[in-house]
Design a binder for this molecule. Sequence first.
Ligand code: NDP
Length: 402
Amino acid sequence: MSKVVIIGCGGVGTVAAFKCAENPDVFSSIVIASRTQSKCDAVAEKIRKATGHNSITTDRVDADNVDEIVALLRRHEPELVINVALPYQDLAIMEACLQTGVNYLDTANYEPKDVAHFEYSWQWAYRDRFEQAGLCAILGCGFDPGVSGVFTAYAAKHYFSEMETLDIVDCNAGDHGKAFATNFNPEINIREITQNGRYYQDGKWVTTKPLEIHQTLTYPNIGGRDSYLLYHEELESLVKNFPSIRRARFWMTFGQEYLTHLRVIQNIGMARIDEVDYNGTKIIPLQFLKAVLPNPQDLGENYHGETSIGCRIAGRDKEGNPMTYYIYNNCSHEEAYRETGMQAVSYTTGVPAMIGAMMLLKGLWKKPGVWNVEEFDPDPFMEQLGKQGLPWHEVINGDLEL
Ligand code: NDP
């Protein structure tokens, strides 16, 4: 029986709160806190009605401000903070957790606001302090990063003596009926996609131009989709934690219409993240764009189709024979919406965040320090995935196409 504070009440925060409320034996008390408390109030009311959970409260916090987070955590004294605000807030929330003796979990690694650069070094630098404080921080516990790391750890534990190649494949074959919209926070999403691509090969990182490398991959129940090589943060920790991997890549599908819009957005300067002067007011074009794009939280109602995210791994099995392995989950936008009012991208992120929190609160994933998900035992997490709405499937010795 534990209390959690969820910081951030967007699409992912709503799903995380919903799923915590569906598991009241673990999450006996839930606080939803964000910059705009009225949004938290509306979400809390909806969840109370749907689940009957009798201890959901809300609060307000500016999570860029360590003192405000410290005050929030002192008011509520939770065992854990689930950080599903934006990556910019990660370090401030970790700092506040250290000052108040609270465990920490997030779904995206820290990114400074003024450079679109993501790497774990800033958060890994907190290892000693969390360890000395006897607190546990779990990093990147959404789907990718998150389940992608747990899938890889599961493959290593149960199937492989040596993993040689890892390809994380992420397909959204859904249709929301809008000309252009992003599936999670537009600012974070566009920063990620417009970066150079990067993959790991024989101990080195190879950089590509943005979306330069692509090929058709076949996704279960969906079919062939053009898939683009991107850099994704979990590659950094996975090649460290599984050093036998000699090539690691990440692929994501995009439709032509989406890519055309993206190109125009970039060409006209709306993807810029530096300040520009507009009639005497400083604005950041990408943040302004976010204000006029559809809110990812509102996409769910007319969203059809499925996501399919998984890991394709090649290497040697426990007996030393060559082996391929594909493990994936397909998630329906309609079903995610029916359960939580959110689409599948928010759902596939919020459910694993809740499961990671459950692992920590049950003491199954709890050790002092700062950890990536693949550093824990994957089995209890995998057991919950199916039960909590994200069943997974395996293909052994199939064609990986890669
Ligand atoms: P949204 O933009 O929908 O929601 C973000 C929430 O954070 C909003 O409630 C917002 O408040 C709040 N917030 C922003 N800044 C602050 C602040 N300074 N203080 C307090 N609250 C703040 O984003 P999503 O729900 O789509 O995404 C949430 C996180 O999940 C992101 O970090 C994203 O990168 C990550 N993610 C991870 C994935 C994975 O698989 N690992 C996949 C998808 C997303 P307000 O409403 O007032 O703006």
